[in-house]
Design a protein around this ligand. Structure first.
Ligand SMILES: O=C(C[C@@H]1CCCCN1)Cn1cnc2cc(Cl)c(F)cc2c1=O
Ligand SMILES: [Mg+2]
Length: 569
């Protein structure tokens, strides 16, 4: 490909509305252009990377025995009404009517469509297991699309769905996908972790997210220093701290804490550590008040609490509810004398003589003790784990914290959709059985963006070779000079003949301008062809990642590029 005849509209300045580096570099590198909020054009360079990720995904899905098909983007409302999700989702599900006034939605995911297809076509256990997948555009009307392809409204997803005779077989399908995902992200050259994850709204029993490690990641994950346990903080288990304070219960007493509301303020005012306080939070679970107790230095994990309560909605109560439930303004709530349902975190169980709100303005209580002064409805793990917590799976490890970008998510779905939509099969005895499902997603565009988040420097992108738009760029310093033009064409021809994806920068631009573009778009290898070095029969080969520069003969440079590409693919 010749740069002068291609379409790579690079931009020098950083766009103001791009907050994360991958968004900035994909705009500046001429890879994407916004059409509307969260809706992007994939320009030629961006599309080449997108297609490379898709092809790696496709190869590994096929290797795992999955079969590719393509479902429509437009989905009839009636399927979603059958599964019960038409009412479950709000404005994120983009709905519309056709000319006959029939209701449709733009597909955000395809459980209903694939289950409808399978219930019509699969009748016997002999047709199972089957794993069907597609690589296709999805639409989710996010309230705040941002970060470029990281959180778009229209995006390309690989979504796969497995169908099995029973849970045991479904576990095998799940594991095949889990292993395929590991191969996919390894082949993309990414540093990632598979972490235990909450299944969220999709239902199902178990799931893993594949996280690309990057400081800009929206997700917080933990991993154990000693074993291979890793989990999204939303799900990571806080093992009950065996520590129980062995202090004799002292008499409870009121203590004036004028205008001291937050844990920090009360702890400082009373000159005690936050872990000697119990914070009392008032929430509404399906609009019913519920009180959560946590040690002062711990944070509530609302997903854990929601899963324990089994409620549909859970949110922090407003001031008026706090006053109604506790009799005091926010900041002075405590468990003593409360009539509400109290869920206490496991860490509260071992606490003695602690401080809590007195359910009265400007008042707290000291030397409060469980059992004597109040009772708890349920003890449960409802807190976020913190750095250094003991690993819940092994005896010696502790938890480390990372930021991650979710690029894949695999779910054990069980029978949620097959039951609702009657997707069954006849077993060997002719008995009708419900199909067990799994579903498996990868964000294609998000994988490219996450790769850039993890692979860049101050000059631009540093693409891992497997998903780079091109393998090598030839920066010809002056194509008007015969020697430079002939050498550049020769190198281009030899590399292209060897199947190397090479971009020849033949533009009539100054060397520095070409070098900046080459660094910005992140092509892994660059060959500089200039008359000075050519006089010695040399060209310059630069590795984008290491910055290493070598003066080599044309033959050696070509061989080195070929070797590097063959080693990386
Ligand atoms: O999509 C999944 C689960 C898996 C992920 C992998 C591929 C198959 N689906 C979860 N999810 C996320 N956002 C959604 C947004 C809307 Cl508007 C919706 F209607 C449904 C969903 C929804 O179901
Ligand atoms: Mg997910």
């Amino acid at each position: 490909m010749r740069y002068s005849q291609y379409f790579i509209p690079t931009v020098k300045e950083t766009p103001s509305d791009a907050e994360v580096i991958s968004h900035q570099l994909m705009l500046r590198g001429g890879m994407i252009r916004k059409l509307a909020a969260g809706v992007y054009n994939y320009l030629p360079l961006g599309l080449r990377s997108i297609r490379k990720v898709e092809n790696i995904v496709r190869e590994e899905m096929n290797r795992a025995g999955a079969i590719e098909l393509l479902m429509p983007t437009v989905q009839p409302a009636e399927l979603w009404q059958e599964s019960g999700r038409w009412e479950q989702y709000g404005k994120e599900l983009l709905r519309f009517r056709d000319r006959k006034d029939t209701e449709f939605c733009l597909g955000p995911t395809h459980e209903e469509v694939i289950t409808d297809l399978v219930r019509r076509e699969v009748k016997s256990y002999r047709q199972l297991p089957i794993n069907l997948y597609q690589i296709q555009g999805k639409f989710r009307d996010e309230i705040r699309p941002r970060f470029g392809l990281m959180r778009g409204r229209e995006f390309i997803m690989k979504d796969a769905y497995s169908f099995d005779v029973d849970e045991k077989a479904a576990d095998i399908s799940y594991d095949k996908m889990y292993q395929a995902y590991r191969r996919i992200f390894e082949r993309c050259g990414l540093k990632f972790r598979a972490v235990e994850a909450d299944t969220g709204s999709i239902g199902g029993s178990w799931s893993h997210e594949f996280m690309v490690l990057a400081e800009s990641g929206e997700d917080a994950i933990v991993s154990c220093t000693a074993c291979d346990y890793a989990a999204n903080v939303e799900k990571a288990e806080a093992r009950q701290s065996a520590v129980t304070e062995h202090a004799d219960p002292r008499d409870m007493e009121k203590v004036s804490t004028p205008e001291k509301k937050s844990i920090e303020e009360v702890a400082a005012f009373l000159a005690i550590h936050e872990s000697s306080l119990v914070k009392t939070l008032v929430l509404l679970a399906d609009n019913e008040p519920v009180v959560a107790l946590l040690r002062g230095d711990h944070e509530l994990n609302e997903i854990k609490l929601k899963n324990i309560l089994g409620c549909d909605t859970l949110e922090m109560a407003g001031e008026e509810v706090v006053v109604k439930v506790t009799g005091a303004p926010t900041g002075f709530a405590g468990p003593v004398g409360l009539k509400a349902k109290i869920i206490a975190d496991l860490a509260v169980q071992g606490m003695k003589n602690f401080v809590t709100g007195a359910n009265a303005k400007d008042l707290h209580l000291k030397n409060v003790n469980l059992g004597r002064d109040f009772n708890v409805t349920t003890f449960a793990d409802i807190r976020n784990v913190v750095l250094g917590d003991p690993c819940p799976r092994c005896e010696s490890g502790t938890l480390e914290m990372w930021r991650g970008i979710e690029v894949g998510h695999v779910f054990k779905l069980g029978t949620k959709y097959s039951k609702a939509m009657k997707a069954t099969y006849l077993d060997a005895d002719g008995k009708e059985q419900i199909i067990f499902m799994g579903c498996y997603g990868i964000g294609i565009g998000r994988t490219v963006a996450a790769c850039i988040e993890q692979n860049h420097d101050e000059n631009g992108i540093i693409f891992p070779l497997p998903i780079a738009p091109f393998h090598c760029i030839i920066s010809a310093l002056n194509m008007k000079e015969d020697v430079v033009r002939e050498a550049s064409e020769a190198i281009y021809g030899q590399l292209a003949a060897a199947g190397i994806e090479v971009l020849l920068d033949d533009r009539d631009e100054r060397p520095g301008f070409k070098f900046k573009d080459a660094d910005l778009i992140g092509i892994p290898m660059r060959i500089v062809v200039g008359s000075k070095n050519l006089a010695d029969g040399k060209v310059e080969l630069k590795c984008r990642r290491s910055g290493e520069v070598e003066l080599l003969s044309i033959a050696d440079a070509v061989e080195k590029v070929k070797a590097a590409v063959n080693a990386a693919l």
